[in-house]
Design a protein around this ligand. Structure first.
Ligand SMILES: [Fe+2]
Length: 238
């Protein structure tokens, strides 16, 4: 197996969003991730207005601080910087400098509200694509409309967007509907990437290994390796 277990979506940087509150939190979360076998982490702090109005330099400063710490505490761990963009037409058109892709790949991790319509999600993806980026749709299973029809995920894929799901929703789907939906996504190979979307050490932890085993058991090692590392290889080597 040539898998580099990769967390493509998480909130581990200290004090920049609703994830790790401080460096102590970050240290604990890195320890959990490393113990879980995670070898690569892409930090994806929220970009969301007006809730978060901070200069991007605050994020890059936090990233440098964490890199410096991890270099000695977890020397094998590879760290990358991205963001999670809460879709906003205003930011896209009036403040495009607010957008930050995943480690220079040209890919934007894009999120919507749970109650957004399919049309709004599709239009948002296309707007970001027209701005010159590729799109990774964050946690597709969190949008209520998606759970009503598996075909909508195929349509998202056909738009050329990558589809990300949260590890915890694979391991502990919070409803029967979600359980069925996750099985369909896996069986039809509609998932491209899995992230922890970790925010803390208690409820939303930076762990992927259980979800990896679940997917491997259901769909085989080749597909599991792809969505937990192989697809990220391509993105991070862009
Ligand atoms: Fe997130």
């Amino acid at each position: 197996m040539n898998l580099k277990l990769t967390d493509i979506h998480c909130h581990l940087l200290p004090g920049v969003d609703d994830g790790a509150k401080n460096m102590d939190d970050t240290k604990q979360m890195l320890k959990i991730a490393a113990a879980d076998g995670i070898e690569r982490i892409v930090f994806t702090p929220h970009i969301r207005r007006p809730w978060l109005d901070r200069p991007w330099s605050k994020v890059t400063d936090a990233f440098e601080q964490v890199k410096e710490y991890a270099a000695s505490a977890h020397p094998g761990l590879e760290l990358y910087l991205g963001s999670e963009f809460d879709y906003s037409r205003t930011i896209l058109t009036e403040e495009p400098h607010q957008l930050h892709d995943i480690s220079g790949s040209g890919i934007i991790l894009l999120e919507f509200k749970p109650y957004d319509s399919y049309d709004r999600i599709r239009d948002g993806i296309q707007q970001v694509q027209m701005a010159g980026y590729d799109v990774m749709l964050a946690h597709i299973e969190r949008y209520n409309i998606m759970l009503t029809d598996i075909d909508l995920a195929r349509r998202i894929s056909e738009l050329g967007a990558l589809i990300q799901v949260n590890a915890d929703d694979i391991v502990h789907p919070h409803s029967f509907k979600m359980r069925g939906y996750m099985k369909k996504l896996i069986d039809r190979h509609l998932i491209d990437l899995v992230g922890s979307d970790a925010h803390d050490v208690k409820f939303r932890r930076p762990e992927l290994s259980k979800a990896y085993e679940t997917v491997k058991k259901r769909a085989g090692a080749e597909y599991a390796d792809y969505i937990f590392g192989g697809c990220a290889d391509r993105i991070l080597k862009r």
